[in-house]
Design a protein around this ligand. Sequence first.
Ligand SMILES: Cc1cc2nc3c(=O)[nH]c(=O)nc-3n(C[C@H](O)[C@H](O)[C@H](O)COP(=O)(O)OP(=O)(O)OC[C@H]3O[C@@H](n4cnc5c(N)ncnc54)[C@H](O)[C@@H]3O)c2cc1C
Ligand code: FES
Length: 252
Amino acid sequence: MKYDVGNFELVEKYQLTNTIYDFRLKNEKISKLCKPGTFVHIAVPGKTLRRPISVCDVYGDILRIVFEVRGEGTEILANTKIGDNLDIIAPLGKGFELDCNKKTIFISGGIGVPPMLYASKILGENGIVITGFRNKDAVILQDDFIKNGSKVILTTDDGSAGIHGFVTQALKEVVNQAEMICACGPMPMLKAIAKIADENSIPCQVSLEERMACGIGACLGCAVLVNKENGEQIYKHVCKDGPVFSSKEVVW
Ligand SMILES: Cc1cc2nc3c(=O)[nH]c(=O)nc-3n(C[C@H](O)[C@H](O)[C@H](O)COP(=O)(O)OP(=O)(O)OC[C@H]3O[C@@H](n4cnc5c(N)ncnc54)[C@H](O)[C@@H]3O)c2cc1C
Ligand code: FES
């Protein structure tokens, strides 16, 4: 996909939890190019490397991102003020392949949840959204998912909100309704989801996270080993060939 670089003005900013921020960024040209599952690469003042953050939603000329403060870069980003501009390369990577006629389960955990918002918006009532969090204080975006018209299932590890347990348990309850599964979250969770998809012969797309430098396929920083259909294994770039891969490609 062709990417562009430009200034995005921070027009709305919300704090969703102690550590998670919701930014609405305005750019008339680039926002509308961003597809579900793609990501943006944000220049952080004072840092050499840009930070990759998923497209959470797009409406009009607004790009929405939701990110967690993990280290220095995201801490600096979180201090951006309304009216400030961020230098962003977007859209990057290959997003989810979505078919509005196929009942699709969007399943994610923790900070893997934001990219599922835009993806599930495309499917609306034909989407089933399953999200998992550590506890009730970590829960985000539930009202937004409900507004998109999908069936929404919430799980927490400690049972303090929604169903007590992991997203995989909830998945087993509804997997027979699905023709496609899209997943984003930590590797062990993705691996367990891919196994359930495989056992039920349902195609599954997983969004992988890898440390990135250039973000455009030029530095090999994000290389992962993947399976080819003929059984060979080759390296691909998470930034350029992904972050979304078929679960069958991933070397678990
Ligand atoms: C395709 C993609 C989409 C992502 N989407 C989101 C999102 O929507 N919301 C969100 O909260 N986080 C997301 N992340 C993770 C986010 O990029 C990291 O949390 C962030 O880069 C950490 O930067 P830092 O400076 O705060 O942390 P530090 O640990 O100080 O970062 C040091 C360096 O490591 C890189 N780095 C550190 N952790 C990661 C990581 N997990 N993935 C990639 N690079 C990392 C940083 O870019 C930086 O170059 C995504 C990562 C990828 C690869
Ligand atoms: S981050 Fe440089 S090749 Fe992917």
